[in-house]
Design a protein around this ligand. Sequence first.
Ligand SMILES: Nc1nc2c(ncn2[C@@H]2O[C@H](COP(=O)(O)OP(=O)(O)OP(=O)(O)O)[C@@H](O)[C@H]2O)c(=O)[nH]1
Ligand SMILES: [Mg+2]
Length: 142
Amino acid sequence: MVGKTGSGKTSLLQSFQGREVVYRKTQAITFDGMFVDSPGEFLENRRLLPALLTSSTNCQIVALVQDATGKTSPFSPGFAAMFNKGVIGIVTKIDEKLSNPERAEEFLRQAGAKEIYKTSAVEKTGLDSLKLAFSREELNDV
Ligand SMILES: Nc1nc2c(ncn2[C@@H]2O[C@H](COP(=O)(O)OP(=O)(O)OP(=O)(O)O)[C@@H](O)[C@H]2O)c(=O)[nH]1
Ligand SMILES: [Mg+2]
């Protein structure tokens, strides 16, 4: 899970795994069941990017996470290519009043994600299609 600080990576993993959604700042790259969660700082701070890349090597899928309320993208065009594996895009917080899921989707497409999933950890929206994506893409790269 790669995305800005506060974009909703940890909340989505909690919701996806049927846990209570409780806010807790991710402080380190964290192994959580079948998932690897990362703190937003690893994306935001260029010096930490290599660590993010290294941590992704054993992952089958990289998920770029974009908050639907975000007006800017933290991902440079083609960002996905550096992982050299299946990359999907996840839009979070589509329940928010000021969300713009289409704008978020466009950011993720520019970053190079080919499949986009629109979700809400609060309302548990989009989790079923995400589940399908995860089980399928474990076997086949995107
Ligand atoms: N409305 C709404 N708020 C959400 C949703 N997902 C997360 N949030 C809120 O967004 C804030 C940040 O969520 P986190 O899941 O901790 O974000 P993160 O990407 O893990 O952040 P870092 O660990 O700092 O990288 C919290 O206050 C969450 O309650 C959602 O689907 N809808
Ligand atoms: Mg987190």
